[in-house]
Structures are given as structure tokens and as C-alpha cells.
Design a protein around this ligand. Sequence first.
Ligand code: 5GP
Ligand code: ZN
Length: 125
Amino acid sequence: MSGTHSDCIFCRIVAGELPSNKVYEDDDLLAFHDIRPAAPVHLLVIPKLHLQSLAQARPEHEAMLGKIMLRCAELARAQGLNDGFRTIINTGPIGCQEVPHLHAHILGGPEPLGAMLPSQLHLKR
Ligand code: 5GP
Ligand code: ZN
């Protein structure tokens, strides 16, 4: 799935039809503040191309995916996250992906973010 989708929130942000608090834009990517921040710094980096999720990524998306990762590091630096940060890409229902347009979260703040996932001690190996 690619192109621009008029019913996709993030495609509508790319098109300027919905507002966002942008921190970066180039021909391929857009980055903006998450509307419901889960940490003192919470940015989203998205491709302008509509790709539903990482599960739909194909070899032709390799350069774009690399650009997203490098931009995450650059934006984290620009936000002053010099002691580290977390990058998350939720994928599909099991990954609890809410917006079906590929995006990387950048999360950080002055304090450590805590465990990556709640304890799942009930899961037996
Ligand atoms: P997901 O669960 O899909 O990985 O994350 C989607 C993220 O997008 C959530 O953190 C949510 O707060 C954010 N989000 C949803 N709608 C909007 C919006 O209209 N504007 C912005 N800036 N963020 C949004
Ligand atoms: Zn989209």
C-alpha cells in the first residue's frame, strides 16, 4: 500500500490538511510532536509516502527506512537527548499500532524511561 491516502491522518498531516507541530521536513520525511506525549520529548518521524506499517516494507523502501533511523538520531540530538532515547515502531494489532501509516516514535527526557514493556511474568517459555 503506497501513495497518499485521503482517509489517513498522517497523510492528511503531510498534505497540510491537518495541523501538526513540525520539527523537521524534507522531500521524503516529516517529523512532528506526538499529540499525546508519553515522555517529556515525544516525536514522530514518518515517511511522506503512505506505507501502512513496517510489515509492508520492501527492498525499495530500504533508503527511506535508513533515512528515518538517521533522522531519529539527528532529531534526538537536536532535542538535547544526549544521554539516550528510545525509538519505537509499533506494527499491526499485536504491536498495538494505532495509526496505520508507518512511523517511528522518539521518546526521551531527563529521567530514564523505565522498562520497555510491562513485566510479563505470566508468560511461560
Ligand atoms: P502508534 O500506536 O500507532 O504507534 O502511535 C500513534 C501515535 O500517533 C500515538 O502516540 C498518538 O498519540 C499519535 N497521534 C494520533 N493522532 C495524531 C494526530 O492527529 N497528531 C499527532 N501529532 N499525533 C497523533
Ligand atoms: Zn498515510
